[in-house]
Each structure stands twice: as C-alpha cells, then as structure tokens.
Write a protein that binds this ligand. Structure first.
Ligand SMILES: NC(=O)c1ccc[n+]([C@@H]2O[C@H](COP(=O)([O-])OP(=O)(O)OC[C@H]3O[C@@H](n4cnc5c(N)ncnc54)[C@H](OP(=O)(O)O)[C@@H]3O)[C@@H](O)[C@H]2O)c1
Length: 398
C-alpha cells in the first residue's frame, strides 16, 4: 500500500473512552482537519463518549452495552451524529470506511471489531493485545490476505517495530522486551498474597486501564506481550527475552547477528507510540515530555524473577504448547483479573486460576475463528468455576 505521508487520514477509535482511547482522542483533536473522525466506540461510558463525539464531530458513536443506548441517543440529540448500540454495532463501526482504526478495546471483546477493520484492508493501530494472544496465527493470516497494515501501539512493540529490519529478518538474533517490573517488583510473595486492588493498579511509571495495570503487577502483561511479539515479528519464543528496567526509558531492543543492539527510547507517555502509528509513515509532534538523559542519570536492568512472577513461565509454556493454549491463558486471565478487581479473589489466585485452567483444558489446534471462540468460552467457564469455588470458601474482606 502506498501511503502519502501528510494526506488527511480518517479515523475510527474503538475503545475511545479508555486509557489508550482518550490519549488517541487527545492527539486527533490537535489536528482535526488532518484526522476527521468516522466513528467512536465505548462499552458503557456514554457521558464521555458523547462528549468526545461532539468535540471531534464524529459521524457515528456506538456503545456496546445496549442498556446505555437511550441515554447516548439523548446526549447526542440534535447533533446529527448517528448513534448505535450492541457488540455487532461496534464491529459494524469498524467496517465503516475510515483509513485508520485504533483497536483499543480491552480483552477478547475486541476480536470481531479488529477483524472487521483488518478485513477491509485498513491501517490498524493495534493496542488490544489480547486479540493477538487469543487468535494470533489466524489474525496474521487475515492481515496478509486483506493487505491490511498492523501497527503496534504497545510501547514495547512500537519500539521493536521502529528498529526491526523487516527486509532482512534473518539478521535479527533476539528481541528484548523491557518491563518496568510493576508495583510489586520489590515485594515478596507474602505481600502479594495480601495485596489489594488499589496496590495492584498503582503502576510506578505508566498510567493505564485497570486490567493492564493488574497484568503488569502479575507480569502477565509481559507474558501476553511476548506472545504478541512472536506473532507480530515472527520470532520464536526462545529468541524473545524479557529484561526488567524499572525506569521505562528504553522501550525495547532488537539484537542483530553482528552483536549490534538497536533500541527506541523516550519518556513513558503512550502518546508517543500512538502518534507513531497515527502519523505513520510520517512522524507527528506530540506534547510528550522530552527525554532528558542527564535527568534520568541512571538506567538499571535486572532479570525477571520466575519464582515471584510465574506468569511469564505460564505464557511461555502456552506459546510453546501452541494451538488454543494462548487463547485459554488469556481468557482465564481476563476472568481472574476481573474477579480480583471485583474483590472476589486474592492477587495470587490470579496466576493459580490461569495455571489450573491451562492444565485442565485440552490445547486443541485453532483451525478457524469458531475454534477460537470455543476455546475462549471453555476457558472462561472453567476459570469462572474456580473463582466461584474460592468465593465459596469465603475470602474475607479485600
Ligand atoms: N493503557 C495503556 O497505556 C496501554 C498500553 C499498551 C497496551 N494497552 C492495551 O490496550 C487495550 C486497552 O487498554 P486500556 O488501558 O486503554 O483499557 P481501558 O482504559 O480499560 O479502556 C478499555 C476501552 O474498551 C471499552 N470496552 C471495554 N469492554 C468492552 C466491550 N466488551 N465491548 C466494547 N468496548 C469495550 C471501554 O469502554 P468503557 O469506557 O465504556 O468501559 C474503553 O473504551 C488493552 O488491550 C491493553 O492491554 C494499553
């Protein structure tokens, strides 16, 4: 696809009310002539969705939760902005002819809309990592078949994308994903066993949505990213390393066969990788704080601790096992993280539920999307049963 660097680019934002979504809105709103908005979607936050739709003069606003439709319609009455509701309407929004689609829904709920954008050959800015974890090989086949462009938004994958030699992939020897280590990097297992929701979502360097913040605390986020990197860059699991780097200045690295290591650096501000995807192949200005290496002074690195953070091992095992194993891992994790956020289980129950679900269910090959949906549903059912069993043994107040 030939893309003219400075041409206007129409935009759809899936998950516009979330952490990545609002930062995308922030960037788009700085240049409305260049980035006219086709559609915005949310789950149920209609107040913010309506405000964004008015501000950006969107053509369409969609809420996934049908119970919120009447309120959204009322909030946008008299504006001429189309309104729709339901998960099919979210996927239909992605089918509308925007040049560029931000996939920033959280979890496997983003599968159908992301696929809808891919199937019409759009440029897809891809934040919604669970989609690639649950259906990686099939998604990449769809990208190829429909000539879509997938631009990673996760800061680590954006960093790799910026220094990866796609013309000579044989020259890449290793990917090195950096990890902040999360809020419990220096905590022991006894602390984690009693950790509250508030402690788990208090990320030291990034301000993110609740689910990814908990994933960072368990380090499952890095496990999901490892699987995401495998599918995006075609590098086998054993050549993807994880390096804990608490300052979050180096966003990831690529090692080449000659020993050269290339990296992308910046302050921890998601608007930088979002802007990279929004302007691609051109670069656009952002208000992100500039990196001052004198001020940063010391950058430190350590190996991840597999004993305190077993989630990385689980993700590696799922990727090695293949088939539906990553789908099961991600779905069980979604259920367990939500149960933790709802204070129904403890922090360490998350990894236990994921491991038990991965062990209990067969890792069948994923021939098509129906198989993905089945593996996802089975894992959710199994994990929900384990959550309920913990609830039945009274976890006390959390
Ligand atoms: N936050 C970051 O800095 C960051 C960085 C890298 C990657 N990511 C990835 O980007 C994705 C989004 O993360 P986030 O932190 O922005 O999440 P978030 O703040 O929780 O936002 C999620 C967005 O998805 C919508 N949504 C939730 N469930 C939905 C459903 N069932 N159907 C349709 N829409 C739904 C939400 O709508 P409501 O507001 O109405 O609930 C919201 O707009 C995740 O996959 C995450 O791993 C995030």
């Amino acid at each position: 696809m030939v893309v003219k660097a400075d041409a206007p680019r129409s935009v759809t934002i899936l998950g516009s009310t979330g952490s990545v979504g609002t930062q995308t809105v922030d960037l788009v709103s700085r240049d409305p002539e260049r980035f006219p908005v086709e559609a915005l979607t949310a789950n149920r936050n209609v107040t913010l969705l309506a405000q964004q739709a008015r501000q950006l003069n969107a053509r369409l606003a969609v809420v996934a939760d049908t119970a919120a439709y009447a309120e959204l319609k009322q909030l946008l009455s008299g504006t001429g902005i189309e309104v729709a509701a339901g998960s099919e309407a979210v996927a239909a929004a992605a089918e509308r002819p925007a040049d560029w689609v931000m996939a920033a829904i959280v979890g496997a709920a983003g599968l159908e809309p992301t696929l809808a954008a891919i199937r019409r050959g759009a440029i897809v800015a891809f934040a919604n990592k669970e989609v690639l974890v649950c259906a990686g090989a099939l998604m990449m086949e769809e990208v190829k078949a429909h000539g879509a462009t997938l631009l990673p938004v996760d800061s680590e994958h954006s960093a790799i994308y910026q220094v990866f030699d796609f013309e000579r992939t044989d020259s890449v020897s290793r990917l090195i994903l950096t990890a902040s280590g999360g809020p419990f990097r220096a905590k022991n297992r006894a602390f984690m066993a009693a950790a509250t929701r508030e402690q788990a979502v208090a990320h030291p360097t990034w301000d993110m949505g609740a689910k990814i913040s908990v994933d960072s605390a368990t380090m499952m986020n890095k496990g999901l990213e490892l699987i995401e990197a495998h599918f995006l860059f075609g590098i086998p699991e054993e050549r993807i390393d994880v390096l804990v780097h608490p300052q979050s200045v180096i966003h990831s690295l690529v090692e080449y066969v000659d020993g050269s290591v290339l990296a992308q650096l910046g302050t921890p501000d998601m608007r930088t990788p979002i802007a990279y995807a929004l302007g691609w192949p051109a670069r656009i200005a952002t208000p992100a704080e500039r990196l001052d290496l004198v001020k940063a002074a010391t950058l430190t690195f350590e190996a991840p601790d597999p004993v305190r953070f077993p989630a990385l091992r689980l993700a590696r095992a799922a990727l090695q096992s293949g088939g539906g194993a990553p789908t099961i891992l991600s779905a069980a994790n979604e259920v367990a993280v939500q149960a933790f956020l709802d204070r129904r289980i403890g922090f360490l129950d998350i990894e236990r539920i994921v491991e038990e679900t991965l062990t209990a269910l067969p890792h069948r090959p994923l021939r098509d999307l129906a198989a993905v949906r089945e593996a996802d549903a089975d894992a959710r059912r199994d994990a929900a049963g384990r959550v309920a069993a913990i609830g039945a043994t009274a976890v006390g107040s959390r």
